[in-house]
Design a protein around this ligand. Sequence first.
Ligand code: ADP
Length: 312
Amino acid sequence: RVLVVGSFNVDHVWRVAALPAPGATLSGSYATGPGGKGFNQAIAARRAGVETRFVCALGEDLGAQLARTLCSNDGIDLRAAVVADPTGTAGIYVDAQGRNCIVIGAGANAALAPGHVADALADVTAADVLLAQLESPLGAIAQALDAGRAARATAMLNPAPANVAIDETMLVRADILTPNETEFAALVGRHVGERIEADAVASLDQPRLHALCRELLPHGSVIVTLGASGCFVSHAEAVPRGDTAICYRVPAEPAQAIDTTGAGDAFNGALAAALAQRPDSAFIEHVRFASRYAARSTEQEGAALAMPRLTV
Ligand code: ADP
């Protein structure tokens, strides 16, 4: 089973010729749909074929109804706290060059309480995989990772978005950390005290990447996702079952990518699903599955609703 703790948003997307300047009134084509890293990852885990629970906070509004309907359509076990704030939203402008400008109204997501998480995860077992991101209050995330670790479940932390700072006490709670290049550069800056540019991460050599990962998470595994360049995997000294190296690169699966939004969410959800479904397989096989799954997700527009049905 995969237990995802995180955000649900209603995304409002406007395609405009140019991003708005102060005082401007523009018109553009509009689309709406579900989002939020937590929800995207829960959908990915579920569509990768594993029993999935999604723990979040919702308001009492149309956005909450959307979340309930979509979870029910996909067979996700939704454990939502109902709070007074509106369901989370994201306002997204995309210009003709594909550049974007995003405003997030965290709303109910910011009211996810540790007590609700504790109740929703009271039955965690060692066979479960716990997956959290940083779009929820840090107290709730810490509670989620602790519930997982107390039950000897696998605790995965996707440290996204990059601008949310966490401290060492959060890192020690994770068995697996999955930053993208930007998040990795931010973590290295804060925790290792070294400045590296996000776009230089993919070209760092393997021993260097491994050393930085070891400083970040001495006890666990770090997977740095590198977009179309695949990912880098670094394990603690003990090599997991079936793996032969302590660190390695896994190339991206070839894809006819048309929209890479949510590729990281696809990767995280699918990796959690693979870990939960096939605990006896080699770690590298899980990473290969997640890469395959994420590549397929880029071949359709959108994030949550573009998650492929491709089972572990
Ligand atoms: P994020 O969406 O968080 O920025 P990445 O861009 O690193 O995450 O993508 C996550 C994973 O998705 C990559 O490690 C890779 O496996 C896959 N992926 C991303 N972009 C592509 C692409 N253009 N072609 C194939 N796979 C991709």
